[in-house]
Design a protein around this ligand. Sequence first.
Ligand code: NAP
Ligand code: MG
Length: 490
Amino acid sequence: MNRPTDVRELLFGDTWEYSPAPQSADFADYRDQYGHFIDGEFVEDDEYFESVNPATEETLAEFALADASTVDRAVDAARDAYETWQQTPPSERAKYIFRIGRMIKEKSREIAVLESMDGGKPIRESRDIDIPLAAAHFFHYAGWADKLEYAFPGAEASSIGVCGQVIPWNFPLLMAAWKIAPALATGNTVVIKPAETTPLTAMKLAEIVQEAGLPPGVVNIVTGAGDTGSAIVEHPDVDKVAFTGSTQVGKVIQRAVAGTDKRLTLELGGKGSNIVFDDAPIDQAVEGIINGIYFNQGHVCCAGSRLLVQENVHDEVVAKLQHRMETLRVGAPLDKNTDVGAINSKQQLDKITDLVEAGVEEGCELYQPSCEMPDTGYFFEPTFFTNVTPSNRIAQEEIFGPVLSVMTFRTPDEAVRKANNTPYGLACGVWTDKGSKLFNVAGELDCGVVWGNTYNQFDPGSPFGGYKESGFGREGGRQGLLAYLELDET
Ligand code: NAP
Ligand code: MG
């Protein structure tokens, strides 16, 4: 293991230590126990499960566990509400959606704290990225609601019906916003299930929806685990299924929906590459690599988890990467200085650990900085591997953790072939000083998003989605409306 323990000391000496800068959680208001949100009310259920704070391993709150009968109740409420919601004038629908966005903004600091407590992500990220982007999605789609008749020239757009939506734990509120905002703008109603480990901000959103006066049943939020998700997907009165999660579960869902007339969109896993050419601004690229893989502990579907670096600058890039990683701070998610927070769950920590062990066993060379690690909670050091070949497990499988696999290439063709050598096709980054090279390479990459000289940039106006085993369907922008509309040629 290569640990240059003296680098931090060389850089900062003994005296330049950060003082803790904790975000107070005192004002964060949450209950000990949450029921489901069905037909505009919080309703109890027979069984409950706990969600923990992964940084402390303490239980935060209990959430009701929905079985098929609870899901049935939620779908019934969504069906009843659909009759009036689809007829509600679009400009009225827009007002509700706008109001939800505004209320998220008003409560953003509190929601950011809750998101970091329940999921482990650094407060800097939930405060500056997750929550503002969630609000921005509601604002964006509020704007579309009364423009649908102009959005698709030559076609008449109408709503689909009841949407069953299942989302993962890596961006809990943001994924809920990606699902709910376009569905409401297009006149559909929803039954949504957040992930088992991160249901807290979804229930906060339920409170907002209630306070915003949205007609009962338009948004229903049920909590539970995989079985609850599968009850939503299989419910005969659900017209459209929207799923974000792993490719493995995506395949199960696609099989479950096959042979029905349900519409389906799947936003699945990824194994993105950051491709760094020798003419790239190297310092900027190193920042992009760090942001690409260590943002949100690497729990990002579009993470730049593979670094493809041109052979002649490999050593320089790796040295600068090591140097930069020495300054990363791993620790309490609520500390404003924290760069890398807690791994979302013990299960995910075990998965990351197993894959890193596989990397070592397969002969890849591991690097971890000399950062201090917390004593409790689920944490994993920011890690990268050199000496990786495309056939290694760590180069092929989605690790969904702060682990980067570094490989080299000599020509643009080789870079493209290596980047495309994965079952996934979600996102890539290209770093070069030459615009023509950037556009040529971007055009050859089999993935839904290509970032040029940047990484992990999101905007509600920009469609996001995958190819190959990363799924199908787009979220965001005008394209994101298509998943929730029926189009008839006029
Ligand atoms: P997951 O295990 O597939 O779970 C996703 C959601 O599906 C959770 O709510 C889960 O419930 C539920 N679920 C599990 N089994 C189900 C079944 N048989 N039927 C219906 N629902 C079921 O994925 P995850 O581990 O939460 O999330 C990580 C994955 O999401 C990664 O692969 C990542 O790349 C992907 N992701 C993709 C995008 C994108 O836009 N492409 C965005 C974010 C994340 P429980 O968690 O409660 O068990
Ligand atoms: Mg939790």
